[in-house]
Design a protein around this ligand. Structure first.
Ligand SMILES: Cc1cc2nc3c(=O)[nH]c(=O)nc-3n(C[C@H](O)[C@H](O)[C@H](O)COP(=O)(O)OP(=O)(O)OC[C@H]3O[C@@H](n4cnc5c(N)ncnc54)[C@H](O)[C@@H]3O)c2cc1C
Length: 499
């Protein structure tokens, strides 16, 4: 007979790692099966020559959700995990030469926006206050609780939020709210970008999501001392100290169940028995591969996928003092860019995100160089010919960055190297590779998109209503993608398991 307090976790993404810690603290014997050779999933790292790169996430918000795991285990977080708040969150660049460096503090943000864009300071201040109000009314409750449990809906706070629905901009889209409240086209574009934080389209995602900048500009944007990988590495090490067993390089082939109860997982030819199975694999693929005979919740699984990305990891042999940790080079027609994404392609004129962790993380690049993580939003992988698309995209990205960062040399005889010539190391990741390396359906960065009003309610719950003892967590289920929400999904799930 199994130990009734034993649990198997499928996948060592950040949600699986965090749930392992929570269950171990609750006295469970926990084993994590991970198909890759190490922990982290999308939150992993790799090296290229003398440069270090985080594979996926670069923006870190809500660090308190990580700290909480150490405290639960009776440890002091700063003994194991440290981070610094970024005073300037992001540097924005437009084709007409406008630049804006966004301060982390909301009041400073309003002041800086007034100076750069010539809008009344109050306009941005009011917008940020409204984002805070939306978060306080809905975010806290809806993100921290299972939506499919009656107790959540009986909560008084939820009832209060329901009464205020007309003021939450649920039935209009983010772009419309930004045009109404911010008016200035560059500010509209800047704030529209926050839709991409969960793989969505600002021209479709509900206006309620205009609360997203509140995370970055109120709670703050951070960078762990050793880069983003510190998050998964430190939570993994914490799990090890608590006795969690990790089985790397072991792919779960099937979830074993009988009648209505989970029995364990099949790895190779063997069934590893457990009464509790927690699945951190993308939920679409889990039903497809691990639960072939289970009834599929089709409406939930067929929600529009989050966008994916093409990432160029470049070891650059030069320093660019005008760039910060996070930099955005906007396209000239954002609406067109999203229309192309919706149609499954890439726009001619794309927005380019450049993250440079070596600005703050010592050792991420050799002296005089920088590690550039250059990301372009891409459609979910539905069979596009990436071998043809990528070389063209690379050319367009290089041309744009060259033009905006390195004006042509004034004297041709003193020709400086081009950006392309400064790239000494390179790796390129496409949507199908994101799928292959992290087990994410169609290479989606954040599971499903939030491109309709009901999306939040249609995400798969953190438990199976068909198979007792089976739970789901991570970016493809409630409350959604992104590191902070994955950490919350681990919390919700562990609470459901422990009861
Ligand atoms: C390029 C990119 C940029 C991003 N930027 C940000 C950002 O700036 N900020 C942010 O907060 N978020 C960002 N995200 C999103 C964030 O990375 C994810 O939401 C989060 O890391 C997902 O964690 P997860 O727990 O769902 O697991 P995942 O990281 O998806 O890991 C799942 C793990 O399960 C394993 N697995 C799958 N199937 C099996 C199986 N059958 N058996 C065993 N193991 C299996 C996989 O190998 C993988 O390790 C980004 C993502 C990407 C890809």
């Amino acid at each position: 007979m199994n130990n009734p307090k034993s649990a198997i976790i499928i996948g060592a993404g950040i949600a699986g790692l965090a749930a392992a810690v929570r269950l171990a603290v609750a006295g469970y014997e926990v084993t994590v099966f991970e198909a890759n050779d190490g922990p982290g999933g999308k939150l992993s790292q790799f090296g290229l020559g003398a440069y270090r790169f985080d594979f996926g996430p670069s923006l870190f918000t809500m660090p308190q959700y990580v700290d909480e795991l150490f405290r639960l285990a009776g440890e002091e977080p700063t003994d194991h995990f440290n981070y610094a708040r970024l005073p300037e969150v992001c540097h924005y660049w437009w084709a007409d030469g406008t630049r804006f460096s966004a301060p982390g503090d909301p009041e400073e943000l309003a002041k800086a926006a007034a100076t750069t864009f010539g809008v009344p300071e109050q306009r941005v201040a009011r917008f940020m206050a409204d984002a805070a109000r939306k978060y306080e009314l809905t975010g806290r409750t809806f993100l921290e609780k299972p939506l499919q449990k009656a107790a959540t809906w009986l909560d008084l706070k939820v009832a209060g939020a329901m009464l205020r629905i007309p003021s939450l901009d649920l039935f209009t889209n983010m772009n419309a709210v930004h045009e109404r409240d911010l008016k200035h086209p560059k500010l509209v574009q800047l704030f529209n970008r926050f839709a991409t934080y969960n793989g969505s389209n600002p021209y479709k995602a509900p206006g309620l999501l205009t609360m997203i900048p509140h995370f970055e500009h109120h709670f703050g944007a951070y960078l762990p001392t050793g880069g983003m990988y510190d998050i998964s590495q430190s939570v993994y090490e914490l799990g090890k100290r608590l006795g969690v067993k990790y089985r790397f390089g072991q792919r779960v082939e099937e979830i074993a169940w009988e009648g209505k109860k989970v029995k364990g997982v099949k790895v190779g030819d063997e069934v590893q028995a457990a009464d509790t199975v927690v699945c951190n694999m993308d939920v679409w693929l889990a039903y497809d591969k691990l639960l072939p005979t289970a009834k599929k919740p089709k409406r939930t699984l067929n929600q529009q996928k989050s966008t994916s990305a093409v990432i160029f990891y470049w070891g650059v042999a030069r320093e660019f003092p005008e760039l910060g940790v996070h930099n955005i080079f906007f396209s000239e027609d954002y609406r067109q860019e999203f229309a192309e994404l919706e149609a499954g392609g890439l726009a001619d004129d794309v927005t380019v995100y450049v993250n440079i962790s070596s600005k703050l993380v010592e050792g991420d690049a050799p002296a005089g160089g920088e590690n550039w993580f250059v990301m372009v939003n891409a459609p979910a992988h539905t069979g596009q010919d990436w071998n043809t698309l990528i070389p063209e995209l690379r050319k367009r990205v290089l041309t744009m960055l060259q033009k905006r960062l390195l004006a042509p040399a004034a004297a041709p005889e003193k020709a400086t190297p081009t950006l392309e010539e400064m790239i000494v190391e390179e790796r390129i990741i496409t949507p199908p590779e994101i799928e292959r390396l992290t087990g994410s359906h169609q290479g989606g960065l954040y599971g499903t998109s939030s491109n309709n009003t009901m999306a939040a309610f249609l995400r798969h719950p953190n438990f199976s209503s068909q198979i007792e003892g089976l739970y789901f967590l991570g970016g493809s289920v409630h409350p959604g993608g992104g590191v902070p929400l994955c950490l919350l999904s681990a919390k919700i799930t562990a609470e459901l398991v422990v009861g």
